[in-house]
Write a protein of this length. Structure first.
Length: 398
C-alpha cells in the first residue's frame, strides 16, 4: 500500500509540475522537451530488464558508459549546430558527408519506427495473457495501417498533436516508477534482502551487446533539426539539459532496479518490466502499459513525419512525403515479420551509430579546418567509435 501511494504521489506531483503554466511557456523547457522525450522513449522500459539480465551488478556502470558515449556524440552534434549558425565557408567534403549523414538518418528513422511500433504491439498484447506469438506483429501491422491511412486522408497532423500530451504522461509515470522503486529499494535494504547478481555477458560479447543498445539513449540529435523554432544557442543548451536530465533518470532507474530482483526471477522479454513492476506495486503495470503505448505511438508518428520530409528534401522533391511514408511503412512491415524486437533494437542501434559517426566526422573536418587539432582528433575518435558500433553491435538474446 505504501509503495502504491508513493507511485501515485510521484505521478501526481510530476504531472502538476509539467502542467505549471510558467514551465509550459518557458522556451528553454519547450526546447528541452523534444530531445528529452526522444531519449527517454521506448528504450527506457526495455533497457532495465536487459541490463539486469545480462550485466547484473555491473549494469549501472554499463548504463553510465552508454550515457557518456551518447554525450560525446551529442558534443559533436552541438559543435555542428554552432558551426552551421556561424556559417563559415563550406568545403565539398563536408557537404558530401552532410548529405550522407542525412540519408543515414532517414534510414535510421525507418528502422526506429519499426522499433517503436513493434514495442507498441508487444506492450498492447501484454494485456492478453494467452495471446498467440503472432498477435504482437498483427497489432503492429494494424498500427502501420492506421498511420498510412492518416497520411493518405490528411489526418497526419491530428496524430502529431498527440505527441506533446504523451510526453507529459510518460514523464509523470516514469517519476512514479522511480518513486516506487526507491521506496521498495529502501524496504528491501532495511531487511537485508537486496540481491547481487553476477554478470552473464562478459568480455567482447558484453561490449558488442552494449553497442547494440545505443539506440536506447538516442534522441538528442532532434535538437539539430529545430533551427526554424529555436536559436543555435538555445538548441545547444537544451540538448545538454536533456542529456543531463535523462542520464540522471537512467542512472537512478538502473541503480535501483538491478539490486531488487534475483537472476531469472522474471524471464527476459521485451515486456519483462511489466512483470517486474507488478512485484513492486500493483498500480505500476497498467501505468507502464499506458506510458509505453502513448510513447511508442507518438514517437512513431514523429519519426514517420521526419523521414518523409527528409527524403523529400534529399531528393529535391522527386519523392514526395506520402511516397516516403509508404516506403517507410513497407520496410517496417518487412522488419516486423522478419525480426524480433531485440533484433530490431540492434539494427536501429547500428543505423543511428552510422549517423552519429558521420556527424562526428563532420565535426572533425570542421575543427580541422579551424585548426583545432586536438578537438578534431577527439571527434575523429568518436567517428571511429560510431562505425565500430555499427559493425559489431549485437542483439540481445531474449
Amino acid at each position: 500500500m505504501g509503495t502504491t501511494l508513493a507511485v501515485l504521489i510521484g505521478v501526481g506531483l510530476t504531472a502538476a509540475l509539467l502542467l505549471w503554466p510558467r514551465l509550459r511557456r518557458a522556451d528553454g523547457w519547450k526546447a528541452t522537451v523534444t530531445p528529452l522525450a526522444s531519449i527517454i522513449g521506448s528504450g527506457f522500459l526495455v533497457l532495465g530488464p536487459v541490463l539486469d539480465d545480462n550485466f547484473g551488478v555491473w549494469a549501472p556502470l554499463v548504463m553510465a558508459t552508454l550515457c557518456l558515449v551518447a554525450y560525446g556524440f551529442g558534443a559533436a552534434i552541438r559543435f555542428n549546430i554552432a558551426r552551421i549558425d556561424t556559417d563559415p565557408p563550406r568545403h565539398a567534403r563536408t557537404e558530401q558527408v552532410e548529405t550522407l549523414a542525412a540519408w543515414a538518418l532517414a534510414l535510421a528513422y525507418v528502422i526506429s519506427v519499426a522499433y517503436y511500433l513493434n514495442l507498441f504491439g508487444a506492450f498492447a498484447t501484454s494485456l492478453w495473457p494467452d495471446a498467440p506469438d503472432s498477435a504482437a506483429r498483427w497489432v503492429t501491422t494494424l498500427i502501420y495501417g492506421v498511420i498510412l491511412a492518416a497520411a493518405l486522408f490528411g489526418g497526419f497532423r491530428a496524430l502529431e498533436g498527440m505527441e506533446q500530451t504523451s510526453v507529459g504522461i510518460k514523464l509523470a509515470i516514469i517519476a512514479g516508477l522511480l518513486a516506487g522503486l526507491a521506496l521498495h529499494f529502501g524496504q528491501q535494504a532495511s531487511t537485508g534482502n537486496l540481491v547481487i547478481n553476477p554478470a552473464v555477458a562478459t568480455g567482447w560479447g558484453a561490449v558488442t551487446l552494449a553497442f547494440g543498445l545505443i539506440v536506447t539513449v538516442q534522441g538528442f540529435e532532434t535538437s539539430r533539426y529545430l533551427g526554424n523554432t529555436y536559436s543555435a544557442e538555445m538548441r545547444i543548451r537544451s540538448m545538454r539539459w536533456a542529456q543531463w536530465l535523462s542520464a540522471g533518470i537512467y542512472m537512478a532507474y538502473i541503480s535501483l532496479l538491478v539490486f531488487l530482483f534475483p537472476a531469472g526471477k522474471v524471464p527476459l522479454s521485451e515486456t519483462a518490466i511489466i512483470d517486474m513492476m507488478g512485484l513492486v506495486a500493483p498500480v505500476l503495470p497498467p501505468l507502464l502499459i499506458a506510458a509505453a503505448l502513448s510513447a511508442q505511438f507518438s514517437a512513431a508518428v514523429a519519426d514517420t513525419g521526419g523521414a518523409g520530409g527528409l527524403v523529400q528534401e534529399l531528393t529535391s522533391g522527386r519523392v514526395r512525403p506520402l511516397q516516403g511514408y509508404t516506403l517507410l511503412i513497407g520496410a517496417g512491415l518487412v522488419l516486423t515479420w522478419a525480426a524480433d524486437v531485440f533484433q530490431i533494437i540492434a539494427i536501429a542501434s547500428r543505423a543511428f551509430a552510422v549517423y552519429y559517426g558521420l556527424q562526428a566526422g563532420i565535426a572533425a573536418l570542421s575543427a580541422l579546418n579551424q585548426r583545432q587539432v586536438a578537438l578534431a582528433a577527439g571527434f575523429g575518435l568518436l567517428a571511429g567509435l560510431g562505425f565500430v558500433i555499427a559493425i559489431f553491435g549485437q542483439a540481445v538474446e531474449g
